[in-house]
Design a protein around this ligand. Sequence first.
Ligand SMILES: *[C@@H]1O[C@H](CO)[C@@H](O)[C@H](O)[C@H]1NC(C)=O
Ligand SMILES: *[C@@H]1O[C@H](CO)[C@@H](O)[C@H](O)[C@H]1NC(C)=O
Ligand SMILES: *[C@@H]1O[C@H](CO)[C@@H](O)[C@H](O)[C@H]1NC(C)=O
Length: 444
Amino acid sequence: MKGLFATSLSALLAGHAVAESMTVLKELKLKDWAAESAAGAYDFDRYEALQAVTPCTNGRAGEYQCSNVDLVSFLRHQDMGSSTRTGNDVWGWTSSTGREFGAVGQTDGTAFVEILSDGSLVYLGRLPTQTTNSSWRDIKVIGNYAYIGAESSNHGLQIFDLTKLLTVNPASPRVFSITSDLTAHFRGFGNSHNIVAHEETNMIYAVGTGSAAGCRGGLFMVDVSNPARPTSPGCLSAGGYVHDAQCVTYSGPDTRYTGREICFNYNEDSLDITDVTSKSSPVTISSTSYNGVSYTHQGWLADPQMRFLLLDDELDEQRRRGPAANQRTTTYIVDISNLSRPVFTGTYQSPAIAIDHNQYVVDGISYQANYGSGLRMVNVTSLSTDSTGRGINEVGYFDCYPEDDSVGGRAAFTGTWSVYPYFNSGYILLNSIERGLFSLRYTG
Ligand SMILES: *[C@@H]1O[C@H](CO)[C@@H](O)[C@H](O)[C@H]1NC(C)=O
Ligand SMILES: *[C@@H]1O[C@H](CO)[C@@H](O)[C@H](O)[C@H]1NC(C)=O
Ligand SMILES: *[C@@H]1O[C@H](CO)[C@@H](O)[C@H](O)[C@H]1NC(C)=O
């Protein structure tokens, strides 16, 4: 919550370090990426195209450290039509007949791949950026449509009908048109940092939009009930900049909110819980900071009962703050049984040194994309009996960034950006900034 006084006064009063702003965070990342670029990490043919399935044996799958996760397939960014050869977000789509596709964010656009039944990846084509290139592109899917935003000025929201992929011949991948191939281009905001989707209500929330959007970077609401005619029914600006969020139809223990549309907003210096059922007058239920707060980045509900959520702070490891002082990736556990009074009950620390980025929880496993330590699969089912996090354990990993292995890991903004763990087939997509897209399989 950065209220009208725009300070982190509450955090200061509580004895917490003041969190950083997106501007500072962006500079830190651009510095890491410029160094990588200068070292040739994004050069053409810098990485080898990998053909064969590479099982994880004795802690290795080829050059990658791993445990219980096989490398099934891989496509370099250059093999997915990118001329900048740098990746970011990733999301997935399953067709009505069960075919599985990935939408892969890159600096210069979104690449589309199919994941075949043996897990192999096939490049089908791409949708270029709507305006300029940007390191930040974000994609979500509702129904048969992809919704794509970027930190590019005037980018807006690209709305792309994914059924167009069903008829592509992989022998001739298609470059889709940013005009005639879009179902719609929503111009109500320009740049955005993240795209949040709530499938059940057909709502897109663009977050981290620029000042011209007039929403202070908060939840910029876009109703996509008709993807061809998106409209904006409102905005939640009370908490200031929202970095990322998860919105659900609430069915948790706080019965005051049963059936309401609740968003959990990761707001740089706090976790804000908001009721957005009324789009014209959304309500902030609570705003809570914590020891170690440095940049409240993202998080996900940990259990279907909606009792706990997992929160990742993107700067605490590098800044050595609070429980992350030892730089091991730190996940905060929050008991949200009472939406007015979330309680930070403990932390889970990865064995690896790395910064955390995006995590999604499926059936008790948190799939964490942790930059330099890659995919980390963490069993969080013990939370129902022990909210301290002591019962949480890693069940598998795949480290897609070997460059920092010799120094035992680094708290830097290099390696993986995001993971998509929702396919029925069980194949997991991991998008790395430098290399490309990995198709992985858990074998534990
Ligand atoms: C994105 O970057 C690539 C590689 O530098 C360049 O060829 C391309 O023109 C850029 N695209 C835009 C839209 O600026
Ligand atoms: C939830 O927290 C609020 C604020 O601390 C408190 O007033 C309320 O009694 C709590 N509700 C329950 C059910 O504990
Ligand atoms: C997670 O832990 C629970 C409880 O110990 C166990 O039943 C389950 O099999 C574990 N899941 C995985 C994937 O290891």
